[in-house]
Design a protein around this ligand. Structure first.
Ligand SMILES: C[S@@+](CC[C@H](N)C(=O)[O-])C[C@H]1O[C@@H](n2cnc3c(N)ncnc32)[C@H](O)[C@@H]1O
Length: 226
């Protein structure tokens, strides 16, 4: 029997200027084999760097097929929660199957970084891995504002994304040869954007993964008068 999709947009997912991945199980396996999730160690690294602890309410923005969200839920425990959103209905469908299998209770929904469907001050931690380079600059700014809005005062935003090689010659070759979006978005340019959004204690630096850097910032606990 065929399933009728009266609204083709509902099948494709919400409209965004971000680069959406229409995930298939094969694509998911390929990405995991590239080193992001074969043994879960990259997800554990991110969750540990973000200091996710029992009781935390966590949001994973651009969660793809959910590996990082599921790891976050393990660390947040039964008293905490982990929600994952992604623009890709296909990614969310795979993530929901993984959540059913794991029984950990992570929640997955189709959604956009630029229009988060949560009330103000909902989350203790917002995490995001390899998503921001998928977004044009204006969308990054909108997304950061939304993340700031849904964080509780004192809450942490922690992202990891590709970093260009530190060797200037390699970096030049990398930028010149590749047409992948990652080469057009420099992770080191994100810290000033977080500061513009209102985040404080903004930090950035390497991770133990040679390919990834982190950028983080906190929502102030009290109103900052400028
Ligand atoms: C490289 S994948 C990373 C997936 C996941 N974070 C991980 O580390 O496995 C980037 C994800 O960003 C999603 N994405 C792109 N634009 C988006 C938007 N505007 N809002 C939410 N997700 C978006 C894509 O659909 C894709 O699943």
């Amino acid at each position: 029997m065929h399933t009728m999709h009266r609204d083709p947009q509902a099948k494709r997912g919400p409209e965004t200027t971000g680069a959406v991945i229409h995930w298939t199980p094969q694509h998911d396996i390929f990405v995991r084999l590239m080193g992001l999730g074969v043994d879960g160690s990259n997800s554990r690294m991110v969750v540990e760097m973000a200091k996710i602890k029992p009781g935390d309410k966590v949001l994973d923005v651009g969660c793809g097929t959910g590996d990082l969200t599921l790891t976050a839920k393990k660390y947040a425990g039964a008293s905490g929660s982990a929600h994952g959103i992604d623009a890709s209905p296909e990614g969310i469908a795979i993530a929901r199957k993984k959540a059913e299998r794991s029984g950990d209770g992570a929640v997955f929904d189709v959604g956009l970084i630029e229009k988060l469907a949560y009330p103000d001050a909902t989350f203790d931690v917002v995490i995001s891995r390899l998503v921001i380079h998928h977004l044009p600059d204006e969308l990054k700014r909108q997304g950061f504002k939304e993340i700031y809005r849904v964080l509780k005062p004192g809450g942490l935003f922690f992202l990891v994304d590709f970093k260009p090689p530190s060797n200037p010659v390699l970096a030049h070759v990398f930028f010149a040869l590749s047409h992948h979006r990652m080469t057009h978005s420099n992770v080191w340019g994100l810290a000033p954007m977080l500061t513009e959004t209102g985040f404080v204690a903004v930090a950035s630096g390497p991770t133990r993964s040679a390919l990834l850097a982190f950028v983080s910032g906190k929502k102030p606990t009290a109103l900052v008068l400028t």
